[in-house]
Design a binder for this molecule. Structure first.
Ligand code: ACO
Length: 327
């Protein structure tokens, strides 16, 4: 029997500074009432100048290592899901490797926007199932405030900073990732993107004025796509595992918008008490949102051995992904 890839420890970190809807009211033509009723978000966390993406990841991983009782030198691989890397080169994962002294690991990033944690976990699963590596850290970490245009009320109300991590190891008792799925559609990339600052349109100070060095989004189009494809991705991993929708114990969806989450729950015919929601506190933290929610759920004692946990995400690419775990 090939080993499964099981999460044995989780951790999360959000920076202490809060940006509330009331703060945004003072910065822009918006209101707490509009933001909360359209998104479900009350506040988000902002890292500020002194906290980088890797700093947040390190704090989350420290907690996950502690819970899993693993020392850094036991880790074979570090996978960081991020679209807000500390540097353009090298990967944030290599920075994390250095900061946490993990000399026996190979470290690299997975750039999948909000699907970064799920796709990182899928990579970990394949290395564990093929018995190449045994202990892998997967972290979703984002400093979205660094790419948010605080003059654009249609996007800046959504995003926050944070990190969530998991230690994954081989399991021979049938627990772990049962099935995983991912798909993308690059023809839709301009629905949600940062046009400049890469190789095609290198950074230019003028971009700061026109906002093209910051995240731009066609919100309503992304919304429709998210509800449809999160549902399809959820059904796919449940069917691939030979299970049915009512078997699911808990859904941990990407925390983008409460209306998207409620729409998904309705289509899946899952009651909201089985769906983890924390976006009121943190907003959308992209690849960090699922592992932060998973860690909070784990630490609250809501996860029991054998529970079937569905994780599902969508984001810039456009990309969408899902994973079904037997906890
Ligand atoms: N405050 C007040 N009014 C606003 C605000 C605001 N912050 N933002 C937009 N409006 C106005 C618009 O100007 C528009 O006014 P108009 O009708 O006079 O033109 C009106 O509200 C409706 O705007 P819509 O964009 O249609 O609002 P919608 O109800 O679709 O909500 C939202 C916008 C919240 C962005 C929604 O479309 C959404 O959540 N989309 C999905 C986005 C998402 O999840 N993205 C993350 C992907 S993950 C990643 O890769 C990072």
């Amino acid at each position: 029997m090939k080993p499964g890839a099981r999460i044995i420890g989780t951790g999360s970190y959000v920076p202490p500074t809060r940006l509330t809807n009331a703060d945004l009211e003072r910065m822009l033509d918006t209101s707490d009432e509009w933001i909360y009723s359209h998104t479900g978000i009350r506040e988000r966390r902002i890292a500020g100048d002194n906290i980088s993406t890797s700093d947040m990841a390190v704090e989350a991983i420290r907690q996950a290592l502690e819970m899993s009782q693993c020392s850094p030198d036991e880790i074979d691989m570090v996978i960081a899901g991020t679209s807000t890397s500390d540097y353009r080169m090298p990967s944030t994962a290599c920075v994390i490797q250095e900061k946490l002294s993990m000399p026996n690991a190979v470290a690299f990033d997975v750039v999948s926007a909000c699907a970064g944690f799920i796709n990182g976990l899928a990579v970990a699963k394949s290395f564990i199932e093929s018995e190449v590596y045994e202990k892998i850290v997967v972290v979703g970490c984002e400093k979205l405030s660094s790419v948010t245009n605080y003059k654009d009320r249609s996007t800046c109300i959504l995003f926050g900073d944070g990190a969530g991590a998991a230690v994954v190891t081989s399991d021979r008792n049938g627990r772990g990732v049962l099935s995983t799925f991912a798909k993308s559609d690059g023809t839709q990339r301009e629905l949600l993107w940062i046009p400049s600052g890469g190789i095609k349109y290198p950074y230019n100070p003028d971009f700061t004025d026109n906002g093209s060095d910051k995240l731009q989004m066609k919100g309503p189009d992304v919304y429709k796509f998210a509800v449809r494809e999160m549902y399809n991705a959820s059904v796919k991993v449940i069917e691939d595992a030979g299970l049915d929708l009512p078997d699911i114990s808990l859904v941990v969806p990407h925390q983008a918008n409460i209306r998207i989450i409620q729409g998904l729950a309705k289509r899946l015919q899952v009651s909201m008490d089985k769906v983890v929601v924390n976006l009121d506190k943190y907003g959308n933290t992209s690849s960090a949102s699922i592992p932060i929610a998973l860690d909070e759920t784990n630490r609250a004692g809501r996860l029991n051995a054998g529970d079937l946990v569905l994780m599902v995400a969508f984001g810039s690419g456009l990309i969408w992904a899902s994973s079904l775990l037997k906890w």
